[in-house]
Design a protein around this ligand. Structure first.
Ligand code: MN
Length: 390
């Protein structure tokens, strides 16, 4: 139980404690943990000796703390839990709690490399049918390795950052603002501890490197993407912006959230032959305040541990701050898809959003991705579409 007013029974109770960076009215950025509708100021907590993390929490973002590794992450989480649950600590800690409505959030860490996967069989099949009608829905490699690409780390933005409609080549000789601007509802994994160049990281070592989880909206301009993507994959149709949650849920908070992942057929190579553990996150996609889909993360064909093993099997090293995202999360039914491409079947079947009909995003539209996992609620990722640059 926590003594923090209003926190008990919410998705941000004592069993969650996600990490972020808040900026107060005086402009100072501080590492923080969220509890209920408050941010616990970890900078002042460490300055005052209430939390010890080798000085890392006095930095203006989580980079140094992430690099410390799992032993420090556990120790800090245990200490923060103690501070926020034992009423004896209330007198010394209460002044470090800042109401969330008095701060703004900043991107909590420096995104190093950003990799995006394509790990939902339902999503890959739907896209195959829409983009390559009459051909096999899955390409021949799809069930043998987790398909992915390197994205643009520098344009990962924190939730509530406005997303300017991209412009670009929509077809041969056709330039202008994207007319098919879409979302991709995904789950992202934040790497804390790096690895050595040349040494693959086996799937068993997932928790030695991965610090936590965010929701990701991989905004996608389908017209730009469809024209540019062959043969090297996504480029400008994706790189204009990728939004992430303002608070990182540590893996430690999700210890009870693992369930069985789908069995794989055909069998995979030994470096990918994992224990089939999936995170049981239940996502929802909210379009202008209306829930239009509920993607189930546990249905992903490739697990986060397999993604990590695959990403490093060639010897590529991990760096503190790396972000790898799952790929669009889509379940088997139309009510469970993670993109509007699928929801409207390539734009051919408009959907009702409140009073309006929609296929793709219009200027002023807001999309919020949410996820729950038992009592825990991941921090949402929200974005509003702004008009294209003049
Ligand atoms: Mn994506």
């Amino acid at each position: 139980m926590t003594w923090v007013p209003g926190a008990a029974g919410t998705g941000f109770d004592i069993d969650h404690l996600p990490y972020g960076v808040v900026v107060s009215a005086d402009g100072v950025a501080s590492c923080a943990v969220r509890i209920g509708d408050f941010a616990l100021d970890l900078r002042r907590a460490e300055e005052g000796g209430l939390v010890l993390a080798a000085g890392s929490l006095e930095a203006p973002n989580l980079d140094t703390f992430l690099a410390l590794g799992p032993a420090h992450w556990s120790a800090v989480r245990a200490r923060v839990t103690e501070l926020l649950s034992d009423p004896a600590n209330r007198r010394s800690v209460e002044s470090l709690l800042i109401p969330l409505n008095q701060v703004t959030n900043r991107l909590p860490w420096t995104v190093a490399d950003y990799v995006d996967f394509y790990s939902s069989e339902h999503h890959a099949s739907n896209v195959g049918q829409i983009f390559r009608p009459g051909q096999p829905a899955l390409l021949p490699n799809w069930k043998h390795l987790p398909i992915g690409y390197h994205g643009r780390a520098g344009t990962v933005v924190v939730s509530e950052t406005g997303v300017i409609r991209p412009q670009g080549q929509r077809a041969a000789g056709d330039f202008g603002p994207s007319r098919r601007l879409d979302i991709e509802a995904e789950v992202g994994f934040v790497v804390g501890a790096g690895s050595r160049l040349g040494e693959p990281v086996p799937w068993q070592n997932f928790a030695d490197h991965v610090f936590g989880v965010v929701l990701v909206n991989d905004w996608s301009a389908r017209d730009i993407q469809a024209w540019e993507y062959q043969p090297l994959g996504p480029f400008l149709g994706k790189s204009f912006a990728t939004s992430v949650s303002a608070w990182i849920t540590p893996l430690a908070a999700l210890a009870g959230a693992w369930t069985d992942a789908p069995a794989q057929d055909p069998p995979v190579l030994s470096y990918l032959d994992d224990d089939r553990r999936a995170l049981d996150l239940k996502l929802s996609v909210e379009w202008n305040g209306h829930t239009v889909s509920r993607p189930p993360f546990a249905s992903m064909y490739w697990t986060p541990a397999q993604q990590l093993a695959h990403m490093t099997v060639n010897g590529a090293s991990l760096r503190t701050g790396d972000l790898f995202a799952s790929g669009t999360v889509s379940g088997p039914s139309r009510a469970e898809v993670g993109s509007f491409l699928e929801l409207t079947w390539g734009g051919s079947e408009p959907v009702t959003v409140g009073e309006a009909k929609r296929t793709y995003l219009e200027d002023g539209d807001t999309v919020v991705l949410r996820a729950t996992c038992g009592p825990i609620e991941l921090a949402p990722v929200s974005g509003t579409i702004l008009p294209a640059h003049e």
